[in-house]
Design a protein around this ligand. Sequence first.
Ligand SMILES: [Zn+2]
Length: 193
Amino acid sequence: MSNFTPTPFTVPVYDLMHRSGEMREHELDITVPEAFGNALIGIPEGASMHVDVRLEALHDGILVSADVQTLAKGECGRCLDEIELPVEVDIQELFAYSVDEAFDYTVVEDHIDLEPSVRDAVVLSLPFQPVCRPDCPGLDPETGERLADFPDRKPKEIVDPRWSALAGFQSSESDVAGEAAGDADRAEREKRS
Ligand SMILES: [Zn+2]
């Protein structure tokens, strides 16, 4: 009984089997059937993936070289903004004609299945701490707001003590102005009554 089912990642190799020295090239345009990746970034279901495949018949099996291009989506590990990251990885595997402990993969029913090696290579290439840009300032630890939205807000650690003294002076000055305005209001109301 055969339990082989073709998928978007399977490639027929019956025309190469046991013909050492022959070579074929395929281009696969795959719609990723199931999302994969790490906690913060990955390839979503339905993403487009382009795979240039080169197959070479060797004595023991089919040597597969592939160039994989796709687009990862996820969120910045600092500010949680959505990010997209182009991914390009190369893989090379030998698919043995017969089950052999020396090789991870085997030709099954005259087909090779690229999915496990493509997934492994793409996941390995993804960053564990993706960022929207290398200098992303992240979130304000007190308010949770995105600091990139407030370019004038300086992190507290680098406030110069001379500036904080001036800030104190400015706020006391506006307090005085506020009191003066309050007095004017009161005077106005008293005039009307
Ligand atoms: Zn960010």
